[in-house]
Design a protein around this ligand. Structure first.
Ligand SMILES: Nc1ncnc2c1ncn2[C@@H]1O[C@H](COP(=O)(O)OP(=O)(O)OP(=O)(O)O)[C@@H](O)[C@H]1O
Length: 215
């Protein structure tokens, strides 16, 4: 799905080659500061490498329309945004940005069930806890008709048991549609249980190898 070739990005990444497979769940792990978020940003074309190429389905993403690319490749950032308004407003915000039709309430409620968020659509979103807001942001992404989901620590605000349920529910839905997931997590349990392809970034990133040598 993605191919990173001869990448250099600032003093952060030096990756000779990294292949992200399609229709698989790749889980990126590595020490804090090893460059995981930076890799997701490259895949989403939020940043461009100083050197090297990022290919998406064989095409250089530098040549693709960034807006269209971000509709195909959706990213849930670590600091996910919650919009003013209700749970429903938040669920439909992503669809409106992506120019996609808003489904009926039943489908919106199903998305909430997939991420184990037991709240009604008319609940005010700013009254939700941090962990509930994180699940709401995940449900919002799940509703999008994307080819790839890039998730940056999507369960960081959840306890271990809830994180497991939520990630399992999200991935079940995504796998039914044969989509590709690239997820960053600090949870060993999530990485071990759900990675089709574990990607330990330090094995690919020459910069973090250099940093480890210096310590
Ligand atoms: N735009 C930037 N300019 C300069 N340095 C940056 C920039 N973005 C990130 N960094 C630095 O690059 C390194 C890698 O950051 P990144 O966020 O990719 O790491 P990470 O592996 O996702 O970390 P964490 O697990 O803590 O979220 C860090 O040392 C960070 O401070």
């Amino acid at each position: 799905m993605f191919e990173l070739k001869d990448i250099i990005y600032k003093d952060i990444l030096k990756i000779d080659h990294l292949h992200i497979e399609d229709n698989k769940v790749s889980i990126l792990t590595g020490e804090s500061g090893s460059g995981k978020t930076t890799v997701l940003k490259l895949l989403n074309h939020l940043i461009s490498p100083d050197e090297g190429t990022v290919l998406y389905k064989g095409k250089d993403i530098a040549a693709l329309d960034p807006v269209q690319h971000r509709r195909n490749v959706v990213m849930l950032q670590q600091m996910h945004a919650i919009f003013p308004g209700t749970v429903k407003d938040n669920l439909t915000a992503g669809l409106r940005f992506a120019d996609q039709a808003v489904p009926d309430d039943q489908l919106l409620e199903e998305a909430l069930q997939h991420v184990h968020l037991r709240k009604s659509l008319d609940t005010e979103a700013d009254g939700l806890s941090g962990g509930e807001q994180q699940r709401l942001a995940l449900a919002r992404v799940l509703l999008l008709d994307a080819e790839v989901f890039l998730l940056d620590e999507p369960s960081s605000a959840l306890d271990e048991e809830t994180a497991d349920e939520v990630i399992a529910g999200f991935l079940k839905k995504v796998k039914q549609k044969n989509r590709t997931v690239v997820m960053v997590t600090h949870s060993k349990q999530i990485a071990e249980r759900y990675a089709d392809v574990p990607v330990h970034l330090e094995e690919y990133n020459q910069k973090s190898k250099d940093a480890a040598h210096e310590r």
